[in-house]
Design a protein around this ligand. Structure first.
Ligand SMILES: *Cc1c(COP(=O)(O)O)cnc(C)c1O
Length: 384
């Protein structure tokens, strides 16, 4: 009983005061708002947030407070979530394959920006989406893809038309009286600005081939978060490359630019606090969270190696780093982090391993497999 403190100074204080048995996802709203302002100040166009990366209401609310006024939504649930939390915001329905029931839902919600990557799905939009909704023109953006470069994970294997098909789709969109735009996604956690440069150059070629000037060019998500210790991504360099390439490729007459970061906005505002259940005969480390929980994407995207280890009193372990195999709590052998992670040699049972940069594709993909996956949330002033 008595006073219950709900905002902690940092993860170490939370550990010292509560010694949590279950994983805790720790959120620093100030970090999120600072990152949002970095995008708003630096990106040469409209910044929208890809809701799927972390649809936590506190995330959406803090982004709105920081000035984010657009969202990339992919489902009726996300459309309604943003409609409720940010009724003035733009919603771009950028999932290129939709059931007719989903299209009908989005039309009723007043969605005026859509993407598409095939003739069959474009026909569905032509059937069901008027060229004007509530007095506003409806924009359809063909999504195109190039062979992957620079990203850790290739979205192009699922979505994206070839440039030739995108040119055909762009022509059809314009002929039908919709606002023609273009979009792409270079792949997630893309640290190399060259990926955006290639895509923007091809966007100009698509416009030339189709004879249609795209009204807007959405350069997707893919902006990197800080996953690897000592290798901080250079967002400003990516923004500059996008701005300069668009100006050059379109001879100073570039379409209005839009981006839709997910990971790049939300990941670094969260840290995942996990506990060491056991160290099996002094070797591999078993945590209370793993790839069926908050660390779901590590086998695909690579380790989050920005981590700290604390004892149960919240004091950092300082031992020399040594490589360890790390397992999650379930009885499935794939529940293991890739390779080995460097941990202080004096790590002990009952310690806490804090993974920084854990806010994207983690809370939403957490499962209850094997009875694990109860995850608490906490708010902190700072993450270290
Ligand atoms: C997932 C997704 C994003 C966000 O990707 P990140 O790599 O997290 O920035 C943006 N746009 C679309 C269409 C997406 O599907």
């Amino acid at each position: 009983m008595g006073h219950h403190k709900t905002v902690w100074d940092n993860p170490a204080e939370l550990i010292r005061q509560t010694q949590p048995e279950n994983p805790v996802m720790v959120f620093a709203p100030t970090v999120l708002q600072d990152r949002a302002r970095e995008f708003l100040d630096g990106f040469p166009g409209l910044v929208t947030y890809a809701v799927k990366s972390n649809p936590d209401e506190a995330v959406v609310q803090n982004l709105v407070t920081a000035g984010i006024s657009g969202f990339d939504v992919a489902s009726p649930f996300e459309i309604d979530l943003i409609g409720r939390l940010a009724p003035q915001a733009a919603r771009h329905y950028h999932n290129p394959v939709r059931a007719r029931s989903e299209i009908a839902h989005a039309v009723r919600a007043g969605i005026t920006s859509w993407s598409v990557d095939s003739r069959s799905e474009l026909e569905k939009l032509f059937d069901m989406v008027p060229t004007q909704i509530e007095g506003r023109g409806v924009e359809i953006s063909p999504r195109f893809k190039l062979p992957v470069l620079g990203a850790v994970y290739d979205f192009g294997s699922k979505f994206g038309a070839t440039p030739a098909l995108a040119a055909e789709l762009l022509q059809l969109v314009a002929k039908r009286g919709y606002i023609p735009s273009l979009t792409f996604h270079p792949g997630t956690q893309c640290v190399d600005p060259a990926a955006w440069q290639s895509y923007i150059t091809v966007a100009r070629e698509i416009c030339d081939d189709s004879g249609v000037a795209a009204r807007r060019l959405n350069v997707g998500g893919g902006f990197p978060s800080h996953r690897v210790g000592g290798v901080e991504p250079d967002l400003q360099a990516i923004f500059a490359a996008i701005r300069d390439t668009a100006a050059r490729a379109f001879d100073g007459n570039a379409p209005d630019l839009v981006c839709e970061p997910g990971r790049g906005l939300c990941a670094d505002a969260f840290s995942l606090v996990t506990r060491v259940k056991g160290i099996r005969d002094g070797a591999s480390v078993f945590l209370n969270d793993g790839v069926y929980g908050g660390l779901a994407e590590l086998p695909v995207v690579g380790n989050l190696d920005r981590l700290e280890v604390f004892d149960p009193q919240g004091r950092p372990r300082q031992g020399d780093a040594a490589g360890r195999v790390i397992f999650g709590p379930t009885c499935d052998s794939v529940d293991r982090l890739p390779g080995e992670l460097s941990l202080p040699a004096d790590i002990a049972e009952g310690d806490y391993v804090v993974f920084h940069g854990a806010g994207a594709y983690s809370t939403v993909t957490n499962t209850r497999f094997n009875g694990f996956g109860v995850m608490a949330n906490a708010t902190v002033m700072a993450l270290s």
